[in-house]
Write a protein that binds this ligand. Structure first.
Ligand code: ADP
Ligand code: MG
Length: 228
């Protein structure tokens, strides 16, 4: 369902963030994207949600050739994806309910359907009781759970999480990753870029390691570091 064929990404300043990369991810997989800072993880995720276009190569997501998407098709295409970021990216002036509902309002969902889906998403992340809170009134872990609720409210086929535990303590990080596992068990493909060695070693999922814009390891049930 996700395929990179000979993908190269060069930024305008000449930095080659991805070099002739091939990659295939099937529906329902849980994949850790690991590698040191600057390796190219975020670039891969941005190419997947069409924030960036590749310099060369083909990217296929859910049967679509991402490079060929027309501008007006991009919002519709992105509804298939839930995004989670290290810095949460919640709307500071909106409460929890509105932050999660926002993604549905954009696509003209009936009010009653919005309410049902928002409450289901908040229930899944365990924060139904916080609908009226502002993000600033929540802990980091709670804010990330809200952003996860927002990511799943459209029932996307794919979740892309870019260092979602990067600002959280170890216990809270495990909570977030366990929620991603629950979402994955319901059939959603999850791709998570991370530096978190403990989590990667604990979960034993597929690990794709990137180094200097190249995939240097692709291992089923892998750990953070390659064992001989
Ligand atoms: N907007 C940009 N302009 C120029 N270079 C960039 C830009 N974004 C990332 N890079 C470079 O591309 C490489 C990969 O970056 P990135 O994908 O963000 O890595 P990671 O997420 O693994 O830390 C790095 O060398 C980085 O400096
Ligand atoms: Mg990054």
């Amino acid at each position: 369902m996700i395929e990179f064929i000979s993908v190269t990404k060069r930024y305008p300043n000449g930095a080659e963030a991805l070099k002739n990369t091939n990659l295939c991810i099937e529906k329902g997989e849980f994949v850790f994207l690991v590698g040191s800072s600057g390796a190219g993880k975020t670039t891969i995720l941005k190419l997947l949600y069409r924030e960036l276009l590749p310099t060369r190569g083909t990217i296929k997501v859910l049967g679509r050739d991402v490079v060929k998407l027309k501008k007006r098709e991009i919002p519709f295409f992105r509804r298939n994806m839930g995004l989670v970021f290290q810095d949460f990216r919640l709307l500071a002036d909106r409460n929890v309910y509105e932050n999660v509902a926002f993604a549905l309002r954009v696509i003209e969902t009936p009010t009653r359907e919005i309410e049902k889906r928002v409450m289901e998403s908040l229930e899944l992340v365990g924060l139904k009781g916080k609908v009226k809170s502002k993000p600033s009134e929540l802990s980091g872990g709670e804010q990330q759970r809200i952003s996860l609720a927002r990511a799943i409210v459209n029932q996307p086929a794919i979740i892309l999480a870019d260092e979602p535990t990067g600002n959280l303590d170890p216990d809270t990080s495990i909570d977030i990753v366990n929620l991603l596992r629950v979402v994955n068990l319901r059939g959603t493909t999850v791709i998570m870029a991370t530096h978190d060695q403990e989590i990667v070693d604990r979960l034993r999922k597929r690990v794709i390691e990137v180094e200097d814009g190249e995939i240097v390891r692709d291992q089923l049930k892998g750990g953070y570091r390659h064992e001989a």
